[in-house]
Design a protein around this ligand. Structure first.
Ligand SMILES: Cc1cc2nc3c(=O)[nH]c(=O)nc-3n(C[C@H](O)[C@H](O)[C@H](O)COP(=O)(O)OP(=O)(O)OC[C@H]3O[C@@H](n4cnc5c(N)ncnc54)[C@H](O)[C@@H]3O)c2cc1C
Ligand SMILES: Cc1cc2nc3c(=O)[nH]c(=O)nc-3n(C[C@H](O)[C@H](O)[C@H](O)COP(=O)(O)O)c2cc1C
Ligand code: SF4
Length: 660
């Protein structure tokens, strides 16, 4: 320690310069496409309110989501546009709102290249070479040199517009497999003209874009260059390839680099690191970049905890840290961290379900599994107008916990009655498999939040019915979850039939060889849990294709685990449990016996609707939420819990708010 005397380490919380721009601290909110803009690409009140809320949370710099520099460069229908002066009023409004809340704001300039659909742009996608990505499967056409020249000038126009609209900086999106990245990479650029051939040829487009933006926006206007330090795909580049070329971009005018990772085809989506990815996945890359470039470096990637980010900055591995999904999960986490209130921060789970996977696979606008307010900031009803209760919440799983939080935050009296000895519902089991610990952290956060609001869960109340007549309830939230099912088959009465949740909670212990029935999320995770404990695992699933998509980050991990370490039998149905295992029938009616010491059932569950009925029979106003409506996911439980609470608190506004 003594040797460091007089040499103050940089702090995440101190100001930093980005070109000529002074940021109030070294925290960044990176670009995140939301789907909140209009289909025409204009700024909406929803988008502005969402970003203003994040700026109010204390972040130094907000980088907006992708903004198309050309109509053919849109990656999704409601991508923001900056390709025409008509966008200026909306963009100015957005920049004003963010800056008014104390943060600096940069516009992310984007062209999707081949990573889009003809349905989105009304034309064939363009790219350096006519090679489709595996992920999108869209055959692009190669840009001509004239078209490249025209595109470069579009970047210059976009830079000028960003400055005119009042932005403080721009970020050139050179990452994640989009057009600039496509040019950089031998994976997607097979040109033999001056824009291809070798690494410096492949770099030409990026260099021209940087120079054009500087020309359009002015030499003094800060430009950040975002890139994937490694493509994580066979045939793609790694940092050794890029590193010697990055200083050229500094010569061209880049003021800072933003180190990300991955392209569309990278398995398991390292761009938005999932549950199984390590924290700070890009820190080592950032440190190497920092040594090479001599301008500030921003690092991103599963750095949700500011204490870790503080270490990254203090150790000099990066100058700034970007927090993406943590900003969705809790827009005020930075303010809380600055006050040392780490335990009040609602943690991002890295589940990807409510954000990136919802945008990419469900084509729906972004929200957050654990933050039901994310994307609703513009129409939140809060304050003193709500009903005062008392309200009764039955069930302290995620739906019940969230309902109680929302009711209490609305100023109402609440009691929460839970049948089990502990709150958390299925998340107690869900957090047991490898890498699922963040789900437990959410429960801990919710219980703390409720306690902070003066509510203690009344756990261990198996006599839940008694609670209904205990007070003159203004309303009831029935959030009693779901009951696992075990089908009635010959042999299910044998003692080696076990249920997945019971196994995960260690209420029962399976033998060495386990047959897991069902390859949905619960079945696969139970298999993973058992593998981690040294069991020999076979999984049978009656569907021909696995219910868990291998395209999702977590699905990719689970499929790889089962492929490498277990036996997965698809299109196979258990028809009988025997003393030594189970008989399965496979496609073509072939029967076979699978030997196993235990048979673990994970074939779904049915809603517990009795408490809702009991409340209704007493004439109480009752709302249901989560798995008690229909077994689904944490996202639905949390969001419906909040919606049920709002429906009771603000019955007049409930319809207008659009429940669910
Ligand atoms: C192993 C496993 C892994 C999972 N992994 C994921 C995942 O990765 N991502 C995801 O999104 N979802 C996952 N899920 C699903 C997710 O956990 C559920 O969708 C979610 O917990 C549903 O929340 P809920 O509050 O509606 O119900 P529950 O979580 O079932 O909570 C209901 C609560 O009500 C209590 N209760 C029941 N009856 C009464 C009564 N009469 N009175 C009082 N209390 C009562 C129960 O004891 C329970 O605590 C997983 C589930 C399991 C089992
Ligand atoms: C919903 C969502 C949308 C995203 N959209 C963009 C985008 O528009 N531009 C971009 O460069 N990165 C985008 N990303 C990647 C993030 O900027 C960030 O690199 C990633 O979330 C990892 O950081 P985190 O672990 O802090 O969330 C997006 C990520 C998410 C979750
Ligand atoms: S949906 Fe999941 S990964 Fe995305 S921000 Fe919310 S908690 Fe984090």
């Amino acid at each position: 320690m003594g040797s460091d005397k007089g040499k103050a380490k940089p702090s995440l919380w101190e100001p930093v310069r980005l070109g000529g721009l002074l940021l109030r601290n070294r925290t960044v909110m990176p670009a995140m496409g939301t789907g909140y803009a209009s289909v025409g690409g204009e700024v909406t009140p929803r988008l502005t309110a969402y970003l203003r809320t994040r700026a109010e949370g204390g972040v130094g710099l907000i980088i907006t989501e992708v903004m198309a520099v050309h109509p053919l460069g849109k990656g999704f229908a409601s991508e923001l546009g900056i390709y025409d002066d008509s966008f200026l009023p909306g963009l100015s409004e957005l920049a004003r709102a963010v800056k008014g809340a104390g943060a600096a704001v940069a516009a992310q300039l984007h062209h999707a290249g081949r990573e889009t659909f003809p349905q989105v742009i009304g034309d064939q996608p363009v790219a350096p070479s006519p090679i489709p990505s595996r992920a999108m499967g869209q055959m692009p056409r190669a840009l001509t040199r004239e078209e490249i020249g025209e595109l470069v000038s579009r970047y210059a126009d976009a830079g000028r517009r960003a400055r005119e609209a009042g932005f403080d900086a721009v970020e050139i999106h050179g990452a994640h497999g989009y057009l600039v990245n496509q040019f950089l990479s031998p994976y997607s650029n097979r040109r033999d003209d001056e824009y291809g051939g070798d690494a410096s040829g492949r770099f030409r487009f990026a260099r021209e874009v940087v120079r054009a933006v500087k020309e359009g926006a002015g030499r003094d206007f800060p430009v950040i260059f975002r890139f994937s330090a490694s493509e994580d795909v066979k045939g793609g580049y790694d940092l050794d390839y890029l590193l010697p070329l990055l200083p050229l971009l500094v010569q061209d005018g880049v003021d800072a680099f933003h180190v990300s990772r991955g392209v569309y085809d990278s398995p398991g989506n390292p761009t938005c690191p999932g549950l199984h990815h390590p924290e700070g996945i890009n820190v080592e890359h950032a440190a190497r970049v920092k040594e090479a470039v001599g301008v500030p470096v921003i690092v991103v990637g599963k750095l949700h905890d500011t204490r870790l980010a503080e270490e990254v900055v203090a150790s000099g591995h990066a100058d700034m840290v970007a927090f993406g999904r943590q900003h969705l999960a809790d827009p005020h986490f930075l303010a809380k961290a600055m006050e040392g209130r780490h335990e009040d921060i609602r943690p991002c789970l890295s589940c990807n379900q409510g954000c990136i996977e919802r945008l990419m696979f469900e084509f729906r606008s972004v929200t957050c599994t654990v933050n039901p307010d994310c994307g609703n900031e513009w129409r939140l009803v809060r304050g003193t107008r709500g009903r005062k209760g008392p309200f009764l919440v039955l069930g302290a799983g995620p739906a019940g916990l969230q309902a109680a939080i929302t009711l209490r935050e609305g100023g109402a009296e609440v009691r929460v009655v839970e049948r089990e000895d502990e709150p958390g519902g299925q998340l107690r089991a869900a957090s047991r498999p490898p890498h699922k610990e963040p789900y437990r952290r959410w429960v801990d956060w919710a219980v703390r939040r409720l306690e902070g609001l003066g509510v203690r869960v009344e756990a261990g109340r198996s006599s839940w019915r008694d609670a209904l007549p205990e007070e003159d309830w203004e309303g009831v939230v029935a959030a009693c979850g779901s009951e696992p099912v075990i089908p009635s088959l010959p042999g299910v009465e044998l003692s080696h039939n076990l249920e997945a949740r019971e196994v995960l909670l260690e209420h029962v212990r399976p033998g060495k060889r386990v047959l897991v029935v069902g390859a949905g999320l619960v079945g696969m995770e139970t298999a993973d849990y058992l593998l981690a404990r040294g069991h020999e695992v076979t999984v049978v699933e009656e569907a021909e294709t696995p219910p868990v998509s291998p395209l999702t980050s977590h699905g990719y991990y689970l499929h790889r685990r089962l492929r490498d370490e277990a036996r997965l039998l698809l299109g196979a149905r258990v028809i009988k449990v025997t003393a030594s295992g189970a008989v399965i029938r496979r496609v073509g009616c072939v029967e076979e016996e699978v030997e196993a010491d235990s048979v673990v059932w994970a074939v779904g569950s049915v809603p517990r609707r009795e408490p809702l009925q009991a409340a209704a029979e007493l004439g109480l106003k009752a709302e249901s939420a989560g798995d008690a409506v229909e077994p689904r996911r944490l996202l639905e439980a949390v969001h419906e819990g909040a919606a049920a609470a709002r429906a009771l608190l603000y019955p007049e506004e409930a319809e207008e708010e659009g429940r669910g």
